[in-house]
Design a protein around this ligand. Structure first.
Ligand code: FES
Ligand code: FES
Length: 158
């Protein structure tokens, strides 16, 4: 099958991948680049488990055509930790507030939260709920997730 070569940055590193026209970004990240933090839940844009950042914007990688990532800057959850492996403040807040249970939704939640906090450093609860509306969690009941984002916002704004 015909392949198209795309060049983009993933977590600050150059990536060059020959993709089939119908591949989505999630497949490229997980299967070609072995970045398995983004999860495939529904595969249909409903659950947010596959959320990554493309040029700073949270997208559903399961619906995002891989060819459209050409030239983009992509961030996955693997790119959030510091150089020594220390957790990003949003990740740490999720752990400290008990916002992680099975963890399947967590990479997507964390990246949706990051996209929000990069844009709105101290969001209201309503803004947090709106930003995370596309990320489903079957475990936590959301209260701890909201608290975690609020705690991270306060820490990052200090
Ligand atoms: S796997 Fe992409 S939105 Fe569910
Ligand atoms: S922690 Fe299990 S789906 Fe959210």
């Amino acid at each position: 099958m015909e392949r198209i070569t795309i060049r983009f940055k993933v977590n600050g590193e150059d990536a060059i991948v020959a993709v089939a026209p119908h591949w989505n970004l999630l497949r490229v990240l997980r299967e070609e680049l072995e970045l398995t933090g983004a999860k495939e839940g529904c595969g249909a844009g409903e659950c947010g488990a596959c959320t990554v950042l493309v040029n700073g914007r949270a997208v559903n990688a399961c619906l995002y055509p891989a060819v459209e990532a050409d030239g983009a800057e992509v961030t996955t959850v693997e790119g959030l930790a510091g150089p020594g492996g220390e957790l990003h403040p949003i990740q740490r807040a999720f752990v400290e507030k008990g916002a992680v249970q099975c963890g399947f939704c967590t990479p997507g939640m964390v990246l949706s939260a990051k996209a929000l906090l990069d844009r709105v450093p101290l969001p209201s609860e309503e803004e947090i709920r709106t930003a995370l509306a596309g990320n489903l969690c079957r475990c936590t009941g959301y209260a701890q997730i909201i608290e975690a984002v609020q705690a991270a916002a306060e820490e990052l704004s200090r």
